[in-house]
Design a protein around this ligand. Sequence first.
Ligand SMILES: NC(=O)c1ccc[n+]([C@@H]2O[C@H](COP(=O)([O-])OP(=O)(O)OC[C@H]3O[C@@H](n4cnc5c(N)ncnc54)[C@H](OP(=O)(O)O)[C@@H]3O)[C@@H](O)[C@H]2O)c1
Length: 276
Amino acid sequence: MGEWARSPQQHLAFLEQHLDLGVSTVDHANIYGQPACETLFGQALKLAPALREKIEIVTKCGIELGANSGRVAHYRSDRRYITETLELSLTRLGVDSVDVLLLHRPDLLMNVDEVAEAFLQLKQSGKVQHFGVSNYSASQFALLQSRLGAPLVTNQIEINPLNLTATEDGSLDFMQQLRVKPMAWSCLAGGRIFSEQTEHIRRLRVELENVRDELSADSIDQVLFAWVAALPAKPLPIVGSGNIERVVAAIESFSYTLTHEQWYRIWTASKGHGVA
Ligand SMILES: NC(=O)c1ccc[n+]([C@@H]2O[C@H](COP(=O)([O-])OP(=O)(O)OC[C@H]3O[C@@H](n4cnc5c(N)ncnc54)[C@H](OP(=O)(O)O)[C@@H]3O)[C@@H](O)[C@H]2O)c1
């Protein structure tokens, strides 16, 4: 949103188009956008406050950027930081509460008891309905969960054929074991898959185009979303496009089911070698 140079009215129209398509969850973070995406979103929501009841707002905190302060960017998860940062997000969004608050990155210095206290305080105040994490390993997720009275509702992680980490490091397996649905960010590798000309990406693009033709899909975007959706942990894809036609295409991708062989052909094209 911070890059689209749209008016609040245009942002509102984009939100309403999503609702008409059945997409009601918006993903924010306190650090997104110049100007802040939360502020832009809040300005749009102010034009139609009744929409608050129809949407779910996810936001995140946990990354302290160093910009303009002369300090090095670092992760934070202390109680005061979490509660104060959430207050700022609520003000920017112009809402009384968010549906889900995620810790954006694992803070290697995290005091889990302090995080649990902060979450409890925010829950009791009604300012946050549910909590989750982002970019956490399985063990980091389990550690934080062990101190909480309520279940973490998601782990938001990068999932696309250019980054197979989540399929290999146990984080998806753990979500599946707990029956917690991960949110998938950058299913299209942030758009790199369309533009970059490395050998790796070209090889992958050829295979995505082959599968697109076999499925009679409109675009390789749809193949990528179908590839992510095929994972047994049932990730919930976050669409990063500012183009409503691409959002429609993403939704239509749910009607495509890849065969095992098609899924592994894309995996093989990314790896550069077969399974054996
Ligand atoms: N938790 C985290 O650490 C984390 C990290 C990164 C992102 N996220 C979240 O995940 C969301 C999605 O991530 P993302 O933005 O990286 O998503 P993405 O869906 O992988 O990439 C979106 C980008 O791809 C471009 N694109 C889409 N289809 C295209 C096509 N056919 N040809 C050319 N370009 C195309 C879009 O441009 P157009 O706008 O022109 O369509 C947009 O710039 C973010 O908005 C954010 O909410 C979370």
